[in-house]
Design a protein around this ligand. Structure first.
Ligand code: ADP
Length: 268
């Protein structure tokens, strides 16, 4: 993946399933509204934002009134198909309220690996962003199964997808919104005395040693996939921030260069 020139007005925001669904798996409409409002607010300050959103399977399962999270691949892909269009409907509605247009981009491995498709994709991102349209990106779950359950794990989950998208777009920043304030010195869901780490210059073995998998049954990758994503993005010149998606005002704080969450500093 060839790095693009870094554009200081371009930001990728990734939102996890746990940030846009409720404990019972229902859609957290209030949270989606707040997220769209904050992103539209940042755009009004002169930034162009790409939104990478998980949540299609959870939202689809809820709309299909499935009693539990689907387990077999066919049903997961059906839920992804229902949930993706439902999610786009909500993003289009709420961003529309704040005067913004959205465009859907669904990706799978081939789009990133094949040079011609990759170039087409970069052109699509550029054309959307130059026209101030917010690309809403997800893995193409109803066709590909890399995010759902993969041996290959190219994207491993949308954390890695968001890092790839950030490099693709020449974004200066990737903001990963999670269900937690940032990276702690141990897993805070099992260690109440865990301390937030505010800045990481180098993602090495000692940093990976702090991370475990997902604490919630709605989350997917946990902290490990976020570190892998941060390692890729920072190595290509993109600053990465992990912070809590529940407080969407953090997005303004990040733009104001106030300290929130964990910053993984880009390599030159
Ligand atoms: P999301 O759905 O927002 O992507 P995940 O549940 O996949 O969120 O990942 C975040 C979770 O990772 C945290 O809630 C926590 O349970 C777990 N985790 C494991 N190790 C750490 C750590 N060192 N610091 C912070 N969170 C950690």
């Amino acid at each position: 993946m060839s790095p693009k020139k870094i554009r200081k007005e371009r930001i990728v925001v990734k939102v996890g399933t746990s940030s846009i669904t409720n404990e019972n798996g229902g859609i957290n409409i209030h949270q989606i509204d707040l997220l769209c409002r904050a992103i539209a607010g940042i755009e009004n300050l002169g930034y162009d934002v790409v939104l990478v959103s998980s949540g299609a399977i959870a939202v689809g399962a809820n709309r299909m009134r499935l009693k539990q999270k689907p387990k077999d691949l066919r049903l997961k892909q059906a839920a992804a198909s229902v949930g993706q269009s439902e999610l786009m409907h909500l993003y289009s509605k709420f961003f529309g309220e704040y005067g913004r247009l959205v465009g859907q981009i669904l990706l799978d491995n081939d789009d990133v690996e094949n040079p011609i498709r990759r170039e087409n994709l970069q052109n699509t991102f550029d054309a959307l962003l130059e026209n101030h349209i917010i690309p809403v990106v997800n893995e193409n779950d109803s066709v590909s199964h890399t995010e759902i359950e993969s041996e290959q794990k190219l994207f491993s989950d949308n954390d890695m997808l968001s890092a790839i998208v950030a490099v693709f777009c020449g974004a200066c920043k990737l903001i990963i919104l999670s269900d937690i304030e940032g990276l702690y010195d141990k897993n805070p869901s099992t260690n109440p005395d865990a301390k937030l780490i505010s800045r990481v210059e180098n993602i090495d073995e000692s940093i990976y040693a702090l991370a475990e998998g997902s604490g919630s049954n709605r989350g997917t990758g946990g902290m490990i996939t976020k570190l892998q994503a941060a390692e890729l993005a920072t190595s290509r010149g993109v600053d990465v921030l992990i912070t809590n998606g529940k407080n969407t005002d953090y997005l303004y704080d990040i733009i104001d260069k106030k300290h929130v969450g964990t910053l993984f500093v880009a390599k030159e």
